[in-house]
Every structure is written in structure tokens, then in C-alpha cells.
Design a protein around this ligand. Structure first.
Ligand code: FPP
Ligand code: MG
Length: 326
């Protein structure tokens, strides 16, 4: 059995409770709204963020049901951000299903994203207004938006640096993954060292997660990914593997790469060029090594925590983020 399956099994009851919370908290009495909302809420996905909330809470000694509410909250923020991201990226498939804007158009997609945010606010208010979750999630949502805006703004900039890109992904992807860990930890502890350890863990696996996401876009097929392979390349998006390839290739290749990303080069030709470039410079191996370094740093951050099953699961999860195929 894969380590991911083992982790899911370890917290199976919690995840069932999270699924129930997700369905119950997003139901609408209007049937079309309900259909569109459930299309994305039920739409599969690994539930990585809820798993992180639950494990972070457990590793700090918390076992109550508030972890399920917070796990559902972060998953809903994630789903809402993906619904909007698919509008921005004009993506056709997500989690193996048609995206909302393909099925029902941009207006429905934007509004369903907003609906999910409204539900998140209600869920947080229903808990209590005086806890850190409100501030953490307000900051997180703002940073995610900022990350996406900067990425969109920089999308035509062939010279974006690796440092700039790492900053963008720490915002657009890292913040919610980090918040998942910090929120869970707050449920069980006020100890500063423990909170910092889980925050660092989240930051490191967040970056690893997005680097691997960028790699998978080039290396896996649409069926496995549940979204279109080569989607980033089609959009001319500069992602981690491309930024690395650009830094090691020769001037001729660099020029061709820029042309392939910016113009209407035949898609098959563009894919063939990038694949041969990646092959030649060992781009996939390099990027996965960088991602593994982040995962290793995440694991080091956990060493201050007690060696209980939840900590072991978090360590395994860090490796899974790099080893995953979808
Ligand atoms: C997927 O990135 C998108 C994100 C990680 C963040 C999306 C954030 C927003 C749309 C800002 C608004 C967010 C909120 C919470 C209001 P990707 O396109 O690299 O990955 P993909 O290949 O899975 O689409
Ligand atoms: Mg996208």
C-alpha cells in the first residue's frame, strides 16, 4: 500500500467527517446552485489540505471535531481558488471533470467561487470571532490573490527570475498549505516552537508541491493528471522547469524557447522542442531534486515534535508531495 493510502487510512474517520461537513455546509436550497456547487465540491482531489489540518491538530494533541470544520474551510478556499484559476487559465478539465466555465460559462464559475467564499465566512463566524483562524485565513486569502495577480502580471515576462517565481508560488500555493498546518496546530497548542515548526513545515512542502505540480504538467498525461497535460506550456506560462531550462541552455535554444512560449508555434512542435530540451539538460531530475530538498527541510522542522503516528504521517506526506504522479 502506498504511504499516502496509509495516511488516509490512519485518519479515515476524520476524513469521512470532513466530507460530510463539506456537503452539509455547501448545500443550497436552489437546485441549480446546488448542482453547480456540488460539481466542484464533490469533484475528487487528494484532500491534501484537510489531511494537513487533521494531522497537525493530532500531532499537537487535539482530537475534536473543530478540526473537521477547519479542514472543510481550507478545502473550500482551495476549491474556490481553483474554480477562479480555471477561469483565468481557460482550463477545460479539473480533477477529471469538466471545469465550471466549460460546463456553464464564466459567470457561473465566478459566482460559484464567490458562493464558496461566502460559505467559508459563515462557517468561521459560526465558530467564534475571537480566534486566530479568522486572521490567518484573511491573510492567506489575500496573499493567494496577490500571488495570482503577480503571476498574471508577470506571465509575458520571459526574464522572470527563479527567486521571483519562488515568491509567487509561496503566495499562490504555499500560503494555504501553510495555513492548513498552522490552523491545525492552533487547535492543540499555544507553544511558539511547535507553531513555528508546523508553519515552517507547511511553507516548505507548499513550495515542493508547486514545483512538482509544474513538473507533472510536462511529464504526465491528461488522464492521470485530471487536467490537461502541457496546460502551462499552452498558456505560455513560465514555471519552475522552464525557468531552470532557460538558465542552463545555450543562446540559440533560449531564443527558440522564448518563441515557442510567446508565439503561435504548432503545439506538437512546441512540446517536442521542450521535451528534447528537458531531456538534454536533465530538467525533470533537477526540479525533483530541488523539490525533495524542500521536503527534507520540512521533515527537519518536525524534529521538535513528539514522535507519534501523526508526526510520522506528516513526514511521509512530505515525501509523497514529491513522489506523487498526479
Ligand atoms: C493553481 O495554480 C492556483 C492556485 C494555487 C491559486 C489560485 C488563486 C486565486 C485564483 C486567487 C483567488 C483566491 C482566493 C482564495 C480568493 P496553477 O494554475 O499553477 O495550477 P493548476 O495547474 O492546478 O491549474
Ligand atoms: Mg491553473
Amino acid at each position: 500500500m502506498s504511504s499516502f493510502k496509509q495516511i488516509v487510512e490512519l485518519i479515515a474517520d476524520d476524513l469521512t467527517a470532513v466530507e460530510a461537513k463539506l456537503t452539509e455546509q455547501t448545500a443550497s436550497e436552489y437546485s441549480f446552485v446546488d448542482m453547480a456547487v456540488q460539481h466542484v465540491v464533490e469533484g475528487g482531489g487528494k484532500r491534501l489540505r484537510p489531511i494537513l489540518v487533521v494531522l497537525s491538530a493530532k500531532v499537537c494533541g487535539y482530537e475534536g471535531s473543530d478540526a473537521h470544520t477547519l479542514a472543510a474551510v481550507v478545502e473550500l478556499i482551495h476549491v474556490a481558488s481553483l474554480v477562479h484559476d480555471d477561469v483565468l487559465d481557460e482550463a477545460a478539465i479539473r480533477r477529471g471533470r469538466e471545469t465550471l466555465q466549460t460546463k456553464w460559462g464564466n459567470k457561473v464559475a465566478v459566482l460559484v467561487g464567490d458562493y464558496l467564499h461566502a460559505r467559508v465566512l459563515s462557517m468561521l463566524v459560526a465558530r467564534r470571532a475571537d480566534d486566530p483562524a479568522m486572521a490567518i485565513l484573511a491573510d492567506t486569502t489575500q496573499a493567494m490573490c496577490e500571488g495570482e495577480v503577480i503571476h498574471a502580471y508577470k506571465s509575458g515576462d520571459f526574464d522572470i527570475s527563479e527567486a521571483e517565481y519562488l515568491k509567487i508560488i509561496s503566495f499562490k500555493t504555499g500560503k494555504l498549505i501553510t495555513a492548513s498546518c498552522t490552523l491545525g496546530a492552533h487547535l492543540g497548542t499555544t507553544d511558539k516552537q511547535t507553531l513555528e515548526a508546523l508553519t515552517t513545515y507547511g511553507q516548505q512542502i507548499g513550495t515542493a508541491f508547486q514545483i512538482v505540480d509544474d513538473v507533472l504538467d510536462f511529464t504526465e498525461d491528461t488522464d492521470k493528471l485530471g487536467k490537461n497535460a502541457f496546460g502551462d506550456l499552452r498558456e505560455g506560462k513560465l514555471t519552475f522547469p522552464i525557468i531552470y531550462a532557460r538558465s542552463v541552455c545555450n543562446d540559440d535554444e533560449k531564443q527558440t524557447l522564448e518563441k515557442v512560449l510567446n508565439s503561435n508555434t504548432d503545439e506538437a512542435e512546441a512540446i517536442a522542442f521542450v521535451e528534447s530540451l528537458f531531456q538534454h539538460y536533465g530538467v525533470e531530475v533537477h526540479c525533483l531534486k530541488v523539490a525533495q530538498n524542500y521536503a527534507d527541510r520540512a521533515k527537519v522542522a518536525l524534529t521538535v515534535l513528539p514522535e507519534i503516528p501523526a508526526r510520522v504521517a506528516l513526514e511521509q506526506l512530505a515525501d509523497y508531495v514529491v513522489a506523487r504522479e498526479s
